[in-house]
Write a protein that binds this ligand. Structure first.
Ligand code: SF4
Length: 290
């Protein structure tokens, strides 16, 4: 297969065929994000995208491609007509395809009409991955996410109403020490409103080509240590109400592995966090990246 630059996908898309519909991220502003800093955003020529699908069709054994992930950072920025064209061709080339997925920016979801989202769902868009990062407006502003908590809620509900599953991600420690409480409680509020099918937690890491890394090394950003991350998680779990959400904090960056279903497992998860905090028993964490 042919790819431009580094390609990222969620862990749950490990066995998916990755097709780049766009290159980079249309926003590329978030102060903590390193993923597409070396790419200039563009939507790929659709003929090239279809050619990639055909190459994959010839490369993989019949029946092997069951899932397709549309990279790079925010495939839903593409107009619906073109998205549907690509998705319909993908389904014809791979009749065994069970779902198509993509990262999605909240503003792109909001730009689409409810009918357009339903059309995408009917064409196979089964799940989208949305970085909530934080439900706190000040933090969202500080990290230049370009979206408010209210817009996150509206976008999340709109996607779910169209029948598209939603996987959201929060970054532990993103508000630093000054916004620990607000980050936890306001993120819990946003999740409680949306009630996504999946919720994952990463822990903030500092990557060298980012603005946040510079803030961190120059002392402008006060990072949380493990006990404070636990305090933040306890506040989040104590305030969230999202019945049925599959909850995971099992990324390499997490100090403590947590998995369960909200709200059923909430008390068990709280006990696990309290126990780690009391015994000071954490996984190794690497605070700066490449
Ligand atoms: S976090 Fe998402 S929206 Fe922000 S720069 Fe990275 S890919 Fe783009």
């Amino acid at each position: 297969m042919r790819y431009e630059g580094a390609v990222f996908r969620p862990p749950s898309e490990a066995d998916s065929l990755i097709i780049q519909l766009t290159i980079g991220c249309a926003r590329n502003d978030c102060t903590f994000c390193y993923m597409y800093k070396d790419k200039t955003f563009r939507i790929r020529n659709l003929d090239d995208v279809i050619e990639d699908l055909e190459l994959a069709k010839n490369f993989y054994p019949k029946g092997r491609v069951k899932k397709i992930f549309l990279a790079d950072g925010d495939a839903l920025v593409v107009r619906n007509k073109d998205l549907l064209y690509v998705m319909n061709r993908a389904r014809r080339l791979f009749p065994e395809l069970e779902r198509i997925s993509a990262y999605a920016a909240p503003k792109d979801i909001l730009m689409k009409t409810p009918e357009e989202l339903v059309a995408l769902k009917n064409a196979g868009l089964g799940i989208i991955y949305v970085g909530l990062e934080s439900g706190d407006d000040k933090i969202l502003r500080d990290v230049k996410k370009g979206v408010t908590a209210a817009e996150m809620i509206e976008a999340g509900k709109k996607a779910r109403k169209a029948g598209i599953e939603l996987s959201m991600m929060i970054i532990s420690g993103l508000g630093g020490r000054p916004r620990l409480v607000e980050h936890a409680i306001n993120s819990a509020k946003v999740i409680s409103e949306i009630k996504p099918e999946y919720l994952g937690f990463l822990t903030l890491r500092f990557f060298k080509n980012t603005e946040l890394y510079r803030d961190y090394v120059e002392g402008r950003f006060l990072a949380l240590r493990a006990p404070e991350i636990m305090e933040e998680m306890l506040l989040f779990l104590g305030n969230v109400d999202s019945e049925g959400t599959i909850f995971r904090a099992n990324h390499a960056s997490n100090y403590l592995l947590l998995r369960g279903i909200l709200n059923t497992d909430r008390e068990r998860l709280i006990r696990m966090v309290e126990s780690a905090k009391t015994t000071n028993n954490y996984r190794r964490y690497v605070e700066t990246g490449f």
